[in-house]
Design a protein around this ligand. Structure first.
Ligand code: PLP
Length: 449
């Protein structure tokens, strides 16, 4: 059942959760141990993005008219009740999902891409944005947004995805973005990694190092984060703000909010606006891939966002920046760390975590596709696995819980994953714990005081 949004219901402001938290979010640090200021970050990111990243006091930040106009092409996005899935599972639970798959790039990442490209062109002399992508959805989102605001886009794409997920690459190239498989011969990090392992599948943190080097070496280029950072989660709150008003419109409050996490932007974007409403009784559940369980098996520590240590240091759950996750199909979930905001909420026991292997995730995705009529992204598949388990637990306990989850994207760019799954060609990939332990031994030392 489609819960139709009112077309004038696009939020006018993003929601910043930080003023509503009763604990502190540790600041970003430099390698020499001081809290980074606006000035320290200007070489990397657009001016107003840094303002948003560092904002600690304002609860609401206005969405510029130009961004709103672009949002109105596909927003507000629909909220659905998954009645056929409920029936299939014979559960008394009510399952709702916010569907971000109708954006121009087919995923939620469009929400922040538009805002970042808009703010980039407010800076004098910026002609290009550079980024790193796992699957291609984020790169495609940024390519679309850069075209809209008249600047170039360059994307370092994790090599395993570049080879497996050719359609993501084609979309970016058709859109005019320059796509470079990472590790590449174009940067010192890429060269170093290829010298050690010419067949390296790459990882998001390696691709990020390469993108940072590009941004550092050019005055006309700014770096763009697709996830992890506060400003990205801020932009993604349009998802939860809309979902909140749609659910209220039908008189329902969620008991449980579920989202797949890598950097944590989709889950944060959906869940934080419910937190604002005093919805602290609502359980929030982050779903990780068992192959890269940053929250559940990582350490809460300062670490860099990239392999080389070029980004600021972030206090987050991390498996260590040199950890290279197995090349599971949900490429967007192959990242060693997770957003400082999601990390802090997990630390404070306000977010729960569950992990799934990829086969269980894809089995659940097939059930969802056969009942609800659309194939979710490989990342969303993990969330669907948790939704199915929670709904089956409600069947046992006869509880009528309201479960809300994020369908962060469709799998239009990634049907080969589901073809391979159907042909039995996808194996579970366990967590390489020893590699993570070795990577954790290299956590940076943080000088304080
Ligand atoms: C389609 C899709 N979903 C989910 C994610 C996970 O990111 P996040 O945890 O920031 O939502 C990604 C990341 O690349 C993605 O491409």
């Amino acid at each position: 059942m489609r819960i139709a949004p009112k077309t004038d219901n696009i939020p006018k402001r993003w929601y910043n959760i930080i003023p509503d938290l009763d604990f502190n979010i540790p600041p970003m640090m430099s390698s020499s141990g001081y809290a980074l200021s606006h000035h320290d970050l200007e070489y990397l990111a657009p001016y107003f993005i840094i303002d948003q990243e560092l904002e600690r006091d304002k609860r609401e930040l206005p969405i510029p008219k130009e961004v709103s106009e672009f949002y109105s092409r596909w927003r507000p996005t629909p909220l659905y009740r998954a009645e056929r899935l409920e029936k299939n599972l014979e559960t008394p639970a009510r399952i709702f999902y916010k569907d971000e798959g109708g954006s121009p790039s087919g995923s939620h990442e469009m929400n922040t891409a538009v805002a970042q490209a808009y703010y980039a062109v407010q800076d004098e002399g910026v002609e290009c944005m550079v980024t790193a992508t796992g699957n291609g959805e984020w790169g495609a989102s940024l390519a679309i947004a850069c075209n809209y605001f008249g600047i170039r886009c360059k994307v370092y794409m994790v090599r395993s995805s570049y080879e497996q997920k050719v359609y993501g690459r084609y979309v970016m190239e058709i859109l005019g973005a320059e796509v470079v498989p990472s590790p590449s011969e174009k940067t010192f990090t890429g060269k170093k990694i290829l010298a050690q392992d010419p067949n390296s599948p790459g990882s998001l943190s390696i691709a990020l190092s390469e993108a940072f080097q590009e941004a550092n070496s050019r005055d006309d280029t700014k770096f763009s984060w697709g996830t992890v950072m506060n400003h990205v989660l801020l932009h993604q709150t349009v998802i939860g703000l809309e979902a909140r008003s749609q659910m209220h419109g039908v008189g329902v409050d969620p008991d449980l909010i579920i989202g797949a996490v890598s950097g944590g932007s989709g889950l944060g974007g959906l869940a934080f606006p419910f937190y604002q409403e005093g919805g602290r009784g609502t359980r929030i559940m982050a779903i990780e891939t068992a192959a890269c369980p940053s929250l559940s098996k990582g350490r809460y520590a300062y670490d860099y966002g990239d392999t080389e240590g070029l980004s600021p240091m972030l206090k987050m759950y991390t498996l260590g920046r040199s950890f290279v996750p197995p090349d599971i199909r949900a490429g967007g979930m192959r990242y060693h760390g997770i957003s400082p905001l999601v990390s802090a909420l997990y630390r404070e026991k306000q977010i729960e975590v569950k992990t799934y292997m990829q086969r269980k995730a894809f089995e659940a995705a097939i059930t969802f596709a056969r009942t609800e009529g659309l194939i979710p992204s490989p990342e969303t598949s993990y969330a669907v696995a948790a939704v199915v388990d929670e709904a089956l637990a409600c069947k046992q306990s006869k509880e009528k819980k309201n479960i809300l989850f994020l369908l962060d994207g469709n799998s239009n760019l990634d049907l080969s994953t589901f073809k391979d799954f159907a042909q039995g060609a996808i194996k579970d990939q366990p967590f390489p714990e020893k590699n993570a332990q070795a990577a954790l031994e290299q956590l940076p030392e943080v000088k304080t005081g």
